[in-house]
Design a protein around this ligand. Structure first.
Ligand code: KE4
Length: 435
């Protein structure tokens, strides 16, 4: 272990203990660092742009809890909202004024959302949106894209088989063939493949769900005309177009990817930023579809903690700040551009032609020389190189996503000094790896 490596003995001890009581020692697989090697670090606290682990090491944050902490950690106004809300107790299982305020605010920020239902995670939001689409259309099948992730609901854990157009096969044990047969997959950015699926399954497809800007194969933007093409195909074939904006919502713009690209979805799923860091998801869209949801309609969906008052308070504080300060998005873009330009400069200086994809404050450095436009090109990345890069950056105090197939998420809490530290560490590590 190089001498400049950080000491992480407390994290290692905790990980060994965690593995006795928690499967794999973590409550979500990606946290286990399996894709990058080494043991996960256990976080004790965070503030602004920094994480602090159990060994008191400090890291500059570029995951921000996979997106939610867009203003940095423990943002004072959000902390205050949580503390104040807690004084009125923590959960009622009954309607509250805050849920009405939150629903109205979401419909203002996302014009395509006429009605919205709060849930507790992005997974719940996506599962519920698919069920609403199936209930509304009376159809069974859905289309998703290879490499897109919509939470761990059975319908979504379906990997594409070989070929451009395929009937899915389960990507996880425990998923029935019946479920898999109702999930069709196509390569991202491939409208022809989508049309082939529709032609092969006439009047059987309830919904098409897509990350409008993909984060879950690494950051991959939509090709020019792709989202418009999906909109046109879905309208023509009466297929519910679902934009999974769990990552992009409130991040790429106040109105998410729909505002940035000017394409409206029939249903939208939200999560992450919407809760200000607390467990919140939401799905919503056209009233004619949402009115199918119980108790109004026949599509059942429920949740003990849906619209939880403390989570609503945190989410309202977050969304009101973003809604009232559009300059935040300019700041995020400027900070991200500086980091990405610094990485590009290092690649140039070292005559390396790795690919960087960036949309707003989301970006990924892919260890491949191919243009990354879908999952198969993303998978051409050198994962051993990525693992080394990740570990070396971590030991230089920069906390990246522990997988090549994840986007980074920038917060506006990063200072000029933090930006320069990231750029210097990147230059050092790429140099170390390639000389
Ligand atoms: P959750 O159920 O994890 O709140 O949301 C599922 C989800 C749905 N849709 C999109 C576009 C998502 O990115 C996610 C969750 N994202 C992952 C990060 N790739 C969460 C991190 C994790 O699984 O631990």
């Amino acid at each position: 272990m190089p001498s400049n490596y950080l000491s992480t003995t407390q994290s290692q001890w905790l990980f060994e203990k965690a593995k006795k009581f928690i499967p794999g020692g973590v409550n979500s697989p990606v946290r286990a660092f399996k894709a990058v090697g080494g043991n996960p670090i256990f976080i004790k606290s965070a503030k602004g742009a920094y994480l602090f682990d159990e060994d008191n090491n400090r890291y500059i944050e570029l995951i921000n809890s996979w997106g939610p902490m867009i203003l940095g950690h423990a943002y004072p106004l959000i902390e205050q909202a949580i503390v104040e809300a807690a004084k009125d107790s923590f959960s009622f299982g009954a309607p509250t004024a805050k849920e009405v305020e939150m629903a109205e605010l979401i419909t203002q920020m996302f014009p395509s959302i006429e009605k919205v239902r709060m849930v507790n995670s992005g997974t719940e939001a996506c599962m519920s949106a698919i069920r609403a689409a199936r209930g509304f259309t009376g159809r069974n099948k859905i289309i998703k894209f290879e490499g897109c992730y919509h939470g761990h609901g059975d319908s979504f854990l379906i990997a594409a088989g070989s070929g451009a157009v395929t009937m899915g096969v389960p990507d996880s044990a425990g998923i029935t063939t019946g479920v898999a047969l109702d999930t069709l997959t196509a390569p991202f950015n491939d409208l022809t493949a989508v049309q082939m699926l529709i032609d092969a399954n006439p009047n059987q497809i309830a919904a098409l769900i897509v990350e409008p800007v993909v984060g879950n194969m690494g950051c991959v933007p939509p090709a020019k005309g792709f989202l418009e093409g999906l909109r046109e195909i879905c309208t023509k074939n009466s297929i519910v177009l679902i934009f999974d904006e769990v990552m992009t919502g409130f991040r790429l713009a106040r109105g998410g990817a729909q505002e940035r690209y000017g394409v409206s979805a029939d249903l939208t799923t939200l999560g992450k930023i919407i809760g200000g860091g607390l467990p919140v998801g939401a799905y919503g869209g056209k009233s004619e579809i949402m009115d199918c949801i119980a108790p109004l309609g026949k599509v059942y969906q429920a949740g003990t903690l849906s619209g939880n008052p403390i989570a609503m308070s945190a989410g309202l504080a977050m969304l009101n700040i973003l809604n009232q300060h559009p300059e935040i998005y300019t700041q995020l873009e400027e900070i991200t551009n500086k980091i990405v330009n610094g990485i590009r400069k290092a690649l140039e200086d070292l005559s390396l032609s790795y690919t960087i994809n960036q949309v707003g404050s989301m970006f990924t450095l892919f260890f491949t020389e191919l243009e990354v436009t879908n999952f198969s090109t993303a998978k051409s990345s050198n994962l051993a190189f990525f693992g080394k890069y990740f570990r070396e950056m971590l030991h230089r105090g920069v906390y990246l996503a522990p997988s090549q197939f994840e986007s980074l998420f920038v917060s506006n809490a990063l200072s000029e000094e933090d930006i320069q530290h990231i750029i210097t560490a990147n230059r050092e590590v790429l140099g170390l790896m390639h000389t």
